[in-house]
Design a protein around this ligand. Structure first.
Ligand SMILES: [Zn+2]
Length: 128
């Protein structure tokens, strides 16, 4: 991970090789190394926690992306599509009628409001 424990062990080895005769100096050095070891332990623990949190945040972001896609996908399509209605001329009375594209899945149900005739069926008949 951070490799800080290995560095502390290396310093410990160097200190062991010094053969310090002064007791006070040896005591201070030992205390410093002990503190470094404690810090290395804490840093390693924190690194593990941060990794776990990273994974959690990544999962949450993925879920949010999915939710965002689910909630706003249709809206985005509408924004991209400037023409969200279509127009048709009634073959019976010649009236120009505008329909919302969202209704297009129910095209067979489209009725001219002017003469109450079905528009789509007649257009298809005209094309044949
Ligand atoms: Zn009509």
């Amino acid at each position: 991970m951070s490799g800080i424990k290995e560095k502390v062990s290396y310093i410990q080895g160097l200190a062991d090789g010094l053969n310090i005769t002064d007791e006070a100096t040896a005591k201070v050095l030992k205390a410093i190394i002990k503190t470094l070891e404690d810090m290395a332990d804490i840093i390693e623990e924190h690194d593990e926690c941060i990794d776990e949190l990273d994974d959690c945040i990544e999962d949450i972001c993925d879920e949010l992306d999915d939710i965002d896609e689910y909630l706003f996908d249709d809206e985005d399509e509408d924004e991209d599509d400037e023409c969200d209605f279509f127009e048709a001329e009634c073959p019976h009375c010649g009236e120009m009628i505008y329909f919302d594209n969202q209704l297009s899945e129910k095209m067979e149900e489209l009725i001219c409001p002017n003469c109450n005739e079905s528009i789509i069926e007649d257009i298809e008949e005209d094309e044949e």
